[in-house]
Design a protein around this ligand. Structure first.
Ligand SMILES: [Ca+2]
Ligand SMILES: [Ca+2]
Ligand SMILES: [Ca+2]
Ligand SMILES: [Ca+2]
Length: 121
């Protein structure tokens, strides 16, 4: 009886696959009111939702994180100027959304006003 051996190998393989697939960005969400959202030093997906929101994905410099910040409805300030150009800023619906970026490649839809600024030390 050697039935057990292949099953152990299969379980080990599944654990390896799951460990790889489990990686995901942090989800940081506001609500339908005005919010100020602060990023983490890891990869973040930030959603302001409705209201006039401030999304700060520029709080950690020099960590090469990948942040995706979506202002949503309302007039939002979306900051992704953290010193790398790996992030994404979208104002979304609503007038006069301002996106502050390191590079124009980070600008998504709904950014009525775009500023390229160096990160704040
Ligand atoms: Ca981050
Ligand atoms: Ca909101
Ligand atoms: Ca970044
Ligand atoms: Ca950036």
């Amino acid at each position: 009886m050697r039935k057990g051996t292949p099953m152990v190998a299969l379980v080990a393989l599944m654990v390896a696959i799951f460990a790889t697939a489990a990686y995901a960005a942090n989800l940081i969400e506001g609500n339908n009111h005005n919010n100020t959202l602060n990023e983490t030093n890891g990869d973040d997906d930030m959603f302001g939702l409705k209201g006039d929101d401030v999304l700060k994905a520029n709080l950690f410099l020099g960590v090469d994180d990948v942040d995706n910040a979506y202002g949503g409805a309302g007039t939002d300030f979306v900051y992704v100027n953290d010193g790398d150009s790996d992030d994404f800023a979208a104002g979304g619906a609503g007038p006069r959304d301002r996106c502050i970026v390191d590079d124009l490649s980070e600008v998504g839809n709904g950014c009525e006003r775009v500023r390229v600024e160096p990160p704040v030390e």
